[in-house]
Ligand binder design. Structure first.
Ligand code: WT7
Length: 650
């Protein structure tokens, strides 16, 4: 197993360069590097030009008002995100174009044209209104990957309600905490969905959350259909079937004129404390940057069929399944389930069946495909593909090259896109028609975006921390209900410079190499998990006295979760308890946070001031020689732990 240092070395020994092919360049939107210079000279004029591709009900009076760390973009402008994703396209030839092509895991299919989607969204917007939802109210959405997820989001946007989508894989407790933090008034959920052939019961989990969410007045429940059979209890007066309400609702619903800075959504993400942060995104700047990046990064053309494999519960699903592609008038493929159901050819079968041209996925998925072997993709016709994308974590050069060869057949450029929930949209990425790519490098900032690599003192260095020194349109505006935490987390490392929490290097060509998180945030299979969240979940168990959680390198998932647990006096540290603890974390947070390793430790390595030395725990979990242990209160503790860990692994 590669230790991160080795992985990073491998990354930096990578010298292959893949310039755009002539064939790709010939039709690309951007073929001239002049755009970078133009954007640099006058970023505000450049972003205003992009904003004008959207339809505004009222113009803005000022492009940017920057009072660090708070930005306002397109001040005074009025627009509606759903209107820009739907109504704008009804006026021309896109009206009957497929907006959403959906396939469920069992193979059921639905297609919505732009006009269809407009009707469904308008109907659901009226449903929300009939349930008392007003501008600015929060609506929680806890759904599987079904079209109703996009419909519910856009319906909120249409009436100016703020959606908070909670990933369907999160536990009842996680849902409860997010509902409470946002004080959501309505919850939209489903009886369930499918994952690897098994039904996932969502309403049942929601019911557990709903016992402690007094702010929720109404629950709308989508019936997944397609043979799904999970029991659902409906509470009279509170719970309503989606199809019943939709049957009564009018398909006429005017889009509210929202201020550019009105909230579009809140999306929770993990930080360095036990409490997730509600990342706040607003309307005008967000829509402008997701529109721009979708069009240029994916080189989106009218006849493309675009597929992003993310879940709508993550920011990638928000920006690059719903808002960006629909704003561009694209045809979007949406798939509900797992890549290995009913077999490991499912993704490639979907690409062949629908003729996908643009495919955007995560390195962890690519590494799984590699492991499953080249025979699977080789069985299918992937010749419609013309562009591949990667997002979520650093892509190792080996996976990049495999993706290029076995999926792209050497023909498709790969866009490795660096961004975050907080940035809202892609920040560092090649433009596929002009920027030569290197396996493992996200290359350069998107035109109009600035990025630097700084040290702790804020000096430019070749290797250090990624930094964003200027505001960008789709930046988070604050953390919901906690502006102080917003300042502390992102703006306190350097004055007026955004700190994303990633390590980075910059090479001789000025290309960026992202090196992973430098804080206590893990990236497990592209999912962001706070070590503190997992620690709190463990300590919540009655048998646990203390817990320390670290990430260790994992070939498939990027990082795996290693937990060091001290049990209370008199508790027997057994295998059964280990299983119980893993299950406990899954129930508290969600299956994605279930620890991979649990080591029972009599003591944890601490400094004399009592601070747990995670660095040493990482050394242990990754099988490295122990670093400096001189500051430890009791150096014997760590040596003992190391041999115990090795014994367990061996
Ligand atoms: C973190 C953000 C962006 C949407 C999905 C994840 C890591 C993301 C890349 C990339 C290297 C990447 C960073 C970042 N990350 N994309 N192309 N190369 N690292 O969003 O859950 O907010 O996580 O994912 O560490 O900080 P997120």
């Amino acid at each position: 197993m590669a230790a991160p240092e080795q992985a990073i070395e491998a990354l930096l020994l990578e010298h292959r360069v893949f310039p755009p092919t002539e064939e790709f360049r010939a039709r690309a939107h951007v073929t001239d590097t002049g755009v970078y210079e133009r954007a640099r000279r006058d970023p505000e004029a450049y972003w205003a030009e992009w904003a004008r591709e959207l339809e505004w009900f009222e113009p803005w009076s000022q492009v940017l008002e920057w009072r660090p760390p708070h930005a306002k973009w397109f001040v005074g402008g009025k627009l509606n995100a759903a209107y820009n994703c739907l109504d704008r396209h009804l006026k021309g030839p896109r009206r009957n174009k497929a907006a959403l092509i959906w396939e469920g895991e069992p193979g059921d299919e639905r297609v919505y044209t732009y006009w269809d989607l407009h009707r469904e969204v308008s109907r659901f917007a009226n449903v929300l209104k009939s349930l008392g939802v007003r501008r600015g109210d929060r609506v929680a959405i806890y759904l599987p990957m079904i079209p109703e997820a996009a419909i519910a989001m856009l319906a909120c946007a249409r009436i100016g309600a703020v959606h908070s989508v909670v990933f369907g894989g999160f536990s009842a407790e996680s849902l409860r905490d997010r509902i409470l933090d946002a004080e959501a008034r309505v919850l939209v959920t489903a009886d369930g969905g499918f994952r690897r052939g098994r039904p996932v019961a969502l309403k049942e989990a929601a019911d557990v959350a709903l016992r402690e969410t007094p702010t929720i007045r109404h629950v709308v429940v989508v019936k997944r259909g397609g043979g799904l059979d999970v029991p659902v209890r409906m509470m009279e007066g509170r719970d309503h079937w989606y199809h019943d309400l939709m049957a009564e609702a009018s398909a006429q619903c005017p889009a509210e004129a929202m201020d550019a800075e009105d909230l579009l959504y809140i999306l929770y993400t993990s930080g360095t404390t036990g409490r997730p942060k509600g990342i706040v995104h607003t309307t005008g700047g967000y829509m402008t940057q997701v529109h721009a990046t979708t069009k240029w990064v994916f080189d989106l053309h009218e006849e493309d069929l675009y597929w992003c494999t993310a879940d709508v519960g993550w920011v990638t699903g928000h920006s690059y399944i719903v808002y960006g592609p629909l704003s561009c008038g694209a045809s979007v493929l949406m798939y509900e389930g797992a890549p290995d159901w009913p077999d490991r050819g499912r993704f490639w079968r979907l690409i062949e069946k629908y003729g996908v041209t643009i495919f955007y996925t995560a390195p962890t998925a690519i590494r799984a495909f590699m492991r499953w072997g080249t025979d699977w993709p080789a069985r299918f016709d992937l010749s419609t593909l013309r562009l591949l994308g990667s997002v979520g974590e650093p892509i190792n050069p080996e996976a990049w090259v495999w993706y290029h060869e076995h999926i792209g057949h050497g023909r498709c450029p790969i866009v490795d896109t660096w961004w975050q929930t907080e940035t809202g949209a892609i920040m560092i990425t090649p433009l596929p028609g002009v920027v030569p790519t290197k396996p493992g490098s996200a290359t350069i900032p998107f035109p109009g975006i600035q990025a630097e690599v700084l040290n702790n003192e804020g000096q430019k260095v070749r290797s250090g921390f990624l930094a964003i020194p200027a505001p960008w349109p789709s930046m988070l505006r604050t953390i919901w209900g906690d502006d102080e935490r917003y300042r502390q987390t992102y703006w306190s490392k350097w004055p007026d410079i955004y700190f994303p929490g990633d390590g980075a290097k910059i090479d001789d060509d000025g290309d960026f190499w992202l090196l992973g998180r430098v804080d206590d945030v893990l990236n497990v299979a592209g999912h962001r998990i706070g070590t503190m969240e997992v620690e709190s979940a463990l300590v919540d168990h009655p048998a646990v006295a203390e817990a320390a959680v670290v990430g260790r390198a994992d070939e498939l998932k990027g990082q795996a979760i290693a937990a060091f647990v001290t049990v209370k006096e008199g508790v027997e540290p057994t295998d059964t308890l280990r299983k119980e603890l893993r299950q406990h974390v899954a129930e508290k947070i969600g299956a994605i946070a279930r620890p991979d390793d649990i080591l029972f430790a009599a003591d944890l390595p601490k400094t004399r001031s009592g601070k747990i030395m995670r660095r040493l725990l990482r050394d242990i979990a990754e099988g490295r020689a122990l670093g400096d242990t001189t500051t430890l209160a009791d150096p014997a503790v760590v040596a003992r732990l190391k041999s115990e860990y090795e014994e367990k692994e061996g």
